[in-house]
Design a binder for this molecule. Structure first.
Ligand SMILES: Cc1cc2nc3c(=O)[nH]c(=O)nc-3n(C[C@H](O)[C@H](O)[C@H](O)COP(=O)(O)OP(=O)(O)OC[C@H]3O[C@@H](n4cnc5c(N)ncnc54)[C@H](O)[C@@H]3O)c2cc1C
Length: 386
């Protein structure tokens, strides 16, 4: 397929393809999924490729901001395992993007070189037991004292909290009457006294296990406000900035990687499996299913990388990144289910990767703003009256 990608992106894809084959074998990916395990040694080797710094300027030890390359990296890793791809997002997107966009000079100087070295992962502590899509309703409270901030509350589905160095925690820092105004982002180390982490068993997206995080009288210094004291009560504008555009693209890139892997496997399988005296790819219904899947993946790729290019050029792209999140995740879900069907019973058993692709893809339309929320974003940003 002619993707018209620049030379440095073709080299990056090739480098990541070799990394996948050498460091992320299929058997390993199956085991990480079964054990819900984060392979830190593989992650350390990945960091040595220099891809952790793709959201970080060279002044802070990064590789220079390159959102297209960042998205390519997520896609290539997701073709094999979310146990590596999701921690990559926790580092390059969650930590790198947020500190670059909203950190103080001191936070940038101390934290960003660690992100670029693959030594600093953020977990996102946004969702709560009673709050999902409507983030402006969060209830976790932060009380500011002269020397510290005391936090009480509960975060739910905080993925990777146990492997993260810091939880980027959205807290209510004033009366809830000002829904968007009284919100602050705090950087909370997961090993702080008063933090309790409990695992939630989930269908897929294993490796960066999702968790419940309870916060009881957790004390953090004022220097742990993302953006410092001037950013107290300013989380809503930080949340709606470029890091959100990249978050939407990052989930879409996961979906594209999973969808592409499912298609490659079904394509190969259709040539090996014989029924009624010929390979199943010679049966028209299978050929057409695979033709549709190829076309959908191609379209998804175009939408995703168009959004990534706009974000890279720091152009306005709220609508396009929501379209990418919506279209790529829903399309890849359709593709994976169609490919599972091509593989018949062999798409439904644990020893075959297709079964994992199905479990993993189902998460992508939910996380990072559900498909319904992206539809709302698209109609709102295009000015459709309500
Ligand atoms: C495996 C996994 C990992 C996750 N990791 C994280 C993480 O690391 N950090 C984190 O903070 N969260 C995480 N989440 C939570 C995720 O971000 C939320 O699930 C998501 O925001 C949706 O919230 P909800 O599931 O509570 O659904 P709800 O908001 O309760 O929505 C339920 C349904 O109603 C629809 N809906 C809600 N509001 C509207 C509306 N205004 N218009 C139309 N439809 C609407 C939704 O689309 C959905 O279909 C994770 C979730 C999962 C499953």
């Amino acid at each position: 397929m002619n993707l018209d990608e620049p030379e440095h992106i073709r080299i990056l894809r090739d480098q990541l393809r070799r990394f996948r084959e050498e460091e992320m074998p299929r058997a390993g990916a199956r085991q990480w999924d079964r054990d819900d395990h984060f392979p830190r040694d593989v992650f350390d080797h990945l960091a040595a490729l220099g891809v952790m710094g793709l959201s970080i300027s060279a002044d802070y030890g990064g590789a220079g901001r390159d959102i297209v390359a960042l998205v390519v990296t997520i896609e290539e890793l997701a073709k094999r395992s979310l146990a590596v791809a999701v921690p990559y997002i926790m580092s390059a997107c969650y930590a790198g993007m947020n500190i670059m966009e909203s950190g103080t000079e001191e936070q940038k100087r101390t934290l960003l070189p660690a992100v670029a070295a693959g030594k600093l992962l953020f977990a996102y502590g946004m969702t709560e037991p009673d709050v999902g899509s409507d983030l402006a309703s969060i209830q976790t409270r932060a009380e500011r004292r002269p020397e510290s901030i005391i936090v009480n509350g509960a975060k739910r589905f905080c993925s990777g909290a146990q492997i993260a160095n810091l939880i980027l925690t959205l807290v209510r820092s004033g009366p809830p009457t000002d829904r968007h105004g009284n919100l602050t982002f705090l950087l909370i180390p997961p090993d702080s006294p008063g933090v309790r982490i409990e695992f939630i068993e989930s269908l897929g997206m294993r490796g960066a296990r999702t968790t419940d995080v309870t916060l009881e009288d957790v004390a953090v210094p004022l220097s742990n406000i993302l953006g410092g004291i001037p950013a107290w009560n300013r989380a809503w504008s930080q949340l709606a900035g470029p890091a959100l555009e990249v978050e939407k693209l990052s989930v879409a890139a996961l979906a594209l990687g999973i969808g592409t892997a499912a298609l490659d496997d079904a394509w190969e399988y259709s040539q090996q499996r014989r029924q009624f005296g010929k390979p199943i790819c010679a049966h028209q219904s299978v050929r057409h299913a695979l033709a549709d899947a190829q076309t959908k993946i191609h379209a998804a790729r175009l939408v995703l990388y168009h959004g990534a290019r706009l974000a890279d050029e720091e152009r306005s792209c709220r609508t396009e990144t929501s379209m990418a999140k919506l279209f790529v995740c829903e399309t890849a879900k359709d593709v994976v289910l169609a490919c599972q069907s091509v593989m018949g019973a062999y798409g439904y058993v644990a020893q075959v990767d297709m079964e994992r692709y199905v479990r993993d893809i189902l998460c992508t339309p939910i996380i990072g703003g559900s498909s319904a929320i992206q539809r709302n974003n698209i109609t709102n940003s295009l000015g459709l009256p309500r």
